[in-house]
Design a protein around this ligand. Structure first.
Ligand SMILES: [Fe+2]
Ligand SMILES: [Fe+2]
Length: 217
């Protein structure tokens, strides 16, 4: 059941993703997705600090790379091994997901290596832990606007990939492992959607305020 009370930083990851664990059937999945409320999620995350949000997003990235993507790839491998001869079209659809995976990994790497370090340094500056010269240099070198210009909607792209895969797959006979794969993709897309809301609507807003404050000193 949804609650509008704010999330605490402890166990934040478990709280945000716990609903995913309860998905056992396609009905559960559809219910979870139709229940999604971006405004509610924003209001729950609002009370967290910038550092807590970045920490949560880093942990989420790790979860995608070390758990979600390998699980989906495992399903694709299984489909390819078992159905290449009989269901060539389904097995061939793996290429779409692999291309998407490369983009997602690049997207995450940019955030981990450029965007988050910039934010973490902004936080240090706002706490007075950088000299005025260091703060000035930081603000001259980069800005939140640079990040926003290079930040594509990776969750939208997954939806497009999913639509393409479904369209092709509808032309051929389905097999159970393929439905499992599609459900995994749909659940992952839901998780990325949550991630994007937290990143774009909560974190970016807070960072914009922080940056504006520092620029106005
Ligand atoms: Fe991210
Ligand atoms: Fe992102």
């Amino acid at each position: 059941m949804n609650t509008s009370s704010p999330f605490q930083a402890d166990n934040l990851f478990e709280i945000v993703y716990k609903a995913s664990d309860s998905v056992k059937t396609e009905e559960d999945l559809n219910l979870l997705i139709s229940d999604f409320d971006a405004d509610l999620l924003c209001s729950q995350m609002e009370s967290l600090s910038v550092s807590q949000l970045v920490k949560f997003l880093r942990v989420s990235h790790n979860y995608y790379l070390s758990k979600k993507l390998p699980e989906i790839e495992q399903s694709l491998l299984h489909i390819r091994e078992k159905y290449s001869n009989t269901h060539g079209l389904l097995a061939g659809l793996a290429v779409y997901f692999n291309n998407y995976k490369k983009k997602l990994v690049k997207h995450i790497r940019m955030e981990e290596e450029v965007f988050f370090p910039f934010i973490e340094t902004l936080v240090l500056a706002s706490e007075g832990r950088l000299s005025p010269e260091e703060t000035k240099e930081l603000l001259q070198a980069t800005s939140l606007a640079d990040f926003e210009d290079n930040h594509d909607s990776i969750e939208e792209e997954l939806r497009e990939v999913e639509q393409i895969i479904k369209a092709y797959a509808s032309q051929t006979e389905q097999v159970l492992p393929f439905s499992v794969f599609l459900n995994q993709v749909t659940l992952f897309e839901y998780e990325l959607r949550k991630h994007a809301v937290i990143e774009d609507m909560v974190l970016v807003k807070k960072v914009a305020d922080l940056e504006a404050e520092l620029r106005n000193v």
